[in-house]
Design a protein around this ligand. Sequence first.
Ligand SMILES: [Zn+2]
Length: 144
Amino acid sequence: MTTHTATRAVEGRRALSIRQPWAALILAGHKPVENRTWGTRWRGVLLLHAGQRPDPHATTLAARYGITSPPTGAYLGTAVLADVHHDRDCGGCTAWSEPGVWHWVLTHPRAFAEPIRAPGQRGLYTPPTAITTHATVRAVEEVA
Ligand SMILES: [Zn+2]
């Protein structure tokens, strides 16, 4: 890979902060859709950040999948944002898809070997260079 294409790959990456245990359920391959009140035209490799405050309503559900105290306030892995569509156009594409919102279809989830502790941001954002160049992130991408 040339330096030029490597630079473009970094520029094209985005990150999304997701509350736990939803982030863990996505990265474990159980949940292929993230529900959002807003959509995006952007597609590509998404860094998944787990928000600081978990969703207390999902604790019991996550436990059924063996997820009991997933890390918060950290980058945990990557997934490919392959499609974004509204519920009105699919009528509930998966058991995880909520009515009346946008469905962010995530494929190829890959968990990092270790969480990278760092604050997240709101919305779909460009992750800090310290994260995209982190050895843990690069290790996942080299085998992708
Ligand atoms: Zn859908």
